[in-house]
Ligand binder design. Structure first.
Ligand code: HEM
Length: 526
């Protein structure tokens, strides 16, 4: 082929044309924010945008660094070709999650799996989500929590015995909070006593850990695997990923964990249906709602986002997916939050002493008090809130625009993802005086300011707020009251300083990477 009188081989001109077309397509969305007049980060890498940077850096650190460049608290960026809006303005967040809830009801889907994860409350959409949320919500009512209270207390006693066995030597506190949380989940949700606080790892615990693909170690090979996995999730279209995950074990949750819980839930379902005496567990309530799609009236059958469901109850698939909700969403956030809490107690001994005084005025020598009495411990509430302010496990909330909407003058296009930067908001000096310091008193009613309401969202906001937050708070309070009655948590030479804490890679949860070692010094002999 001749171009401007020069002979160019056909393969060269074809390669050139394809490269130009690919470059054009790979960058064609990169002017979105310029056109909308929204401050943004310029993207240069075709197809990737800022994705690689997002995946190879711990998100809280990156979010804090970048957000400093945007004092207006709202800016655009690119996750691959897809425009995403990053927000840390409390008033904007209020409108996004409450006033405009109907347009931002859903989270973005990276996978359209048919197994447990794809049908779980956190991932389903629109009317399907509303229907399942309505069925599950009563499982967290005051009445249900009161029924669970003695069970939770017995696991908290076990937590105290396990710590006594450490003989005041330094321990990785997360091993203990994880065991406790899992014991609570297995018993209150499934009626199982899996003894997760024992040193041997129960298969239930082993598979539960992979629900959030929580990295098991800090090896470089593990990090590469995480980054490749995230790249795969972001870069390929959902349909292609669905095909690949059918052929290989490429689901969000490993196929092994999926199969384990599917088999277990089927077995528990059969047991529950056969039992005459109904238990108080979450699974019993879910099992009672299961209906056969072949037997329900046709007008109750709906399809949302490719998923079939019925307004007459739960399908077996909905049942299996949502029965595991305690594990997939309840386990890691609660055990991590407890880890942070005990860490802050050791780092701020004056706060710990004050909290201990308050607790000992109310609870007996075993840290027992009634459900109602627990509510009177407002200083405990402030300490937990302050701990979640500095270490919010849900470091970002995610919403996807269902339609074009303008919020506070910012136009948001249909399909755009909005990330609420919880970690940044919780440490923003506009909302919090001296934000890096642990000061529970800032949560005393007389110290609260109006603009803090939507700048403190450890459990999210609006209709999609954490469904299990009341249970999470209860199980944390019970174990804290018992643990602080029995021990004083102290630093040791292996306890990291706050400025040295590093975080694991990942987009969902704030996960401390630095091993957090503490000493639990008994207050009295058993
Ligand atoms: C300290 C512990 C916990 C923290 C910090 C936490 C935090 C969160 C956050 C930030 C969200 C997103 C909310 C939003 O998008 O507005 C969420 C959602 C959710 N959480 Fe929790 N959570 C905790 C414990 C639990 C427990 C114990 C359960 C279940 C037993 C649970 C079940 C869920 C579910 C199912 C969702 C999705 C709700 C929906 O989409 O309707 N969480 N959680």
């Amino acid at each position: 082929m001749e171009i401007f009188g020069v002979e160019v081989p056909l393969w060269v001109s074809l390669t050139f044309t394809v490269t130009v077309l690919l470059y054009w397509y790979g960058t064609s969305t990169f002017n979105t924010f310029q056109e909308l007049g929204i401050p943004h980060r310029k993207a240069y890498i075709p197809f990737f945008g800022h994705l690689i940077e997002n995946l190879v850096n711990p998100l809280p650190i990156l979010d804090m660094k970048i957000s400093k460049q945007f004092p207006g608290k709202i800016y655009g960026g690119f996750e691959g070709r897809r425009p995403a809006l990053y927000v840390r303005d409390a008033e904007f967040v209020k409108d996004l999650t409450i006033r405009e809830f109907a347009s931002f009801m859903n989270r973005r889907l990276l996978m359209d799996e048919n197994g447990i994860p794809g049908n779980h409350l956190g991932r389903i959409k629109d009317d399907h989500w509303k229907h399942i949320r309505t069925i599950l919500s009563p499982s967290f009512s005051t009445g249900k929590l009161k029924q669970m209270y003695p069970i939770i207390q017995s696991h908290a006693d076990r937590f105290v015995s396990c710590l006594h066995a450490t003989d005041a030597t330094p321990v990785l506190i997360k091993d203990y909070t994880a065991g406790y949380t899992m014991d609570v989940i297995a018993s209150t949700a499934f009626g199982l006593d899996i003894q997760a606080q024992r040193p041997t790892e129960h298969p239930f615990m082993y598979h539960a850990k992979s629900f959030f693909a929580t990295p098991r170690d800090n090896h470089i090979s593990t990090k590469i695997q995480i980054v490749l996995n995230l790249l795969y999730q972001f870069m390929l279209p959902i349909r292609i990923k669905a095909l690949i995950s059918k052929i290989f074990d490429a689901s969000f949750v490993g196929q092994e964990a999926n199969n384990y819980f599917e088999t277990l839930m089927n077995k528990l379902y059969d047991d529950v249906r056969q039992k005459e005496q109904k238990g108080i567990e979450f699974i019993t309530r879910c099992a009672e709602k299961v209906v056969d799609l072949k037997e329900v009236e046709e007008n109750t059958i709906k399809v949302t986002n490719g998923k079939m469901w019925t307004s007459a109850g739960l399908t077996k698939r909905d049942f299996i997916a949502n029965a595991t909700l305690f594990i997939s969403d309840g386990f890691e956030p609660t055990s991590s939050t407890l880890q942070s809490f005990f860490y802050f107690m050791a780092m701020y001994p004056d706060v710990q002493d004050k909290l201990h005084r308050v607790i000992s005025e109310l609870a007996d020598e075993n840290g027992c008090c009634t459900y109602e009495e627990l509510k009177q411990l407002e200083y405990l509430d402030w300490c937990i809130d302050e701990s979640m302010r500095l270490m919010p496990v849900g470091m970002r909330l995610e919403r996807e625009a269902e339609e074009d909407v303008t919020i506070r003058g910012i136009p948001i296009k249909k399909g755009m993802v909005v990330h609420v930067q919880i970690y940044c908001m919780h440490r923003d000096p506009t909302y919090w005086e001296d934000p890096e310091t642990f000061k529970p008193e800032r949560f005393a009613p007389e110290n609260r300011t109006a603009n803090q309401q939507y700048a403190f969202l450890p459990f999210g906001s609006g209709g999609r707020k954490c469904i299990g937050y009341r249970l999470a708070l209860l199980e944390m309070k019970v174990v804290i009251v018992k643990a602080l009655t029995a021990f004083r948590f102290e630093r040791c030479s292996e306890t990291p300083k706050m400025k040295d804490l590093t975080y694991k890679l990942g987009l969902l949860l704030l996960n401390i990477e630095t091993p957090v070692k503490l000493v639990a010094v008994p207050k009295r002999k058993l």
